[in-house]
Ligand binder design. Structure first.
Ligand code: 5GP
Length: 202
């Protein structure tokens, strides 16, 4: 299991798609109560469901994890994930820190590697958020505030990677996964990351 979390706008969704394609990872499709964006495909990007259905899934204990993010509910159902893992297939999750914590705490019997993806700077993040289909600047500003809170959770992840250049960031994650699997040496500078986070949060 590989989890990629990041503050909104750090480019994680593209990375998840790249990893799934090149490394043969199944993307875990989440359920959400938020409205689909224009470019999103139902049942592929998300299962878009209403609040009532979401509560039903909670009640029936179908979620491996779920959380409220930006006023909407998001969750990963257990069965499809476990079925794939049981068949020795890899699964990649694009979920927030709350979900990552829940999966980590379940201590399932499958190897888990967690990554926190960060933007190179606050300015780049703001520009990325403002350029989305949601042109609403207020949303971008709200998500910037959320960013300052989210970033504090970096400490609970195995690795933090900076998405300055998509290809470099992908290769970094790819190499760390390979090193984890093969018990190889890891090219990872925790001090550099700590300094980067100091700058992002100052
Ligand atoms: P977005 O609405 O931009 O697609 O996603 C908002 C946030 O919700 C992202 O940080 C994304 O990783 C997170 N998210 C998406 N699906 C899930 C899920 O199933 N569980 C949790 N905990 N977070 C999710």
């Amino acid at each position: 299991m590989v989890i990629l979390s990041s503050p909104s706008g750090a480019g994680k969704t593209t990375l998840v798609k790249l990893l799934s394609k090149n490394k043969n990872f199944n993307i875990s499709v989440s359920h959400t109560t938020r409205e689909p964006r224009e470019n999103e495909v139902p049942n592929q990007d998300y299962y878009f469901i209403d609040d009532k259905k979401f509560q039903e899934l909670i009640k029936n204990e179908e979620f491996l994890e779920y959380a409220k993010v930006f006023n909407h509910l998001y969750g990963t159902t257990r069965t499809p994930v476990i079925e794939k893992l049981e068949k020795s297939q890899n699964v990649i999750f694009d979920i927030d820190w709350q979900g990552a914590d829940q999966i980590k705490n379940k201590k399932l019997n499958y190897k888990l590697i967690t990554f926190f993806v960060l933007p190179p700077s606050k300015k780049v993040l703001f520009d990325r958020l403002s350029n989305r289909d949601m042109k609403d600047k207020l949303i971008a500003e709200e998500r910037m505030k959320e960013f300052s809170r989210d970033v504090l959770h970096w400490i609970n992840y195995d690795y933090v990677v900076i998405n300055d250049n998509l290809e470099d960031c992908y290769l970094k994650i790819n190499n760390l996964i390979d090193a984890e699997i093969n018990n190889g040496s890891k090219d990872y500078d925790k001090e550099f990351i700590r300094k980067h986070i100091e700058i992002l949060t100052s």
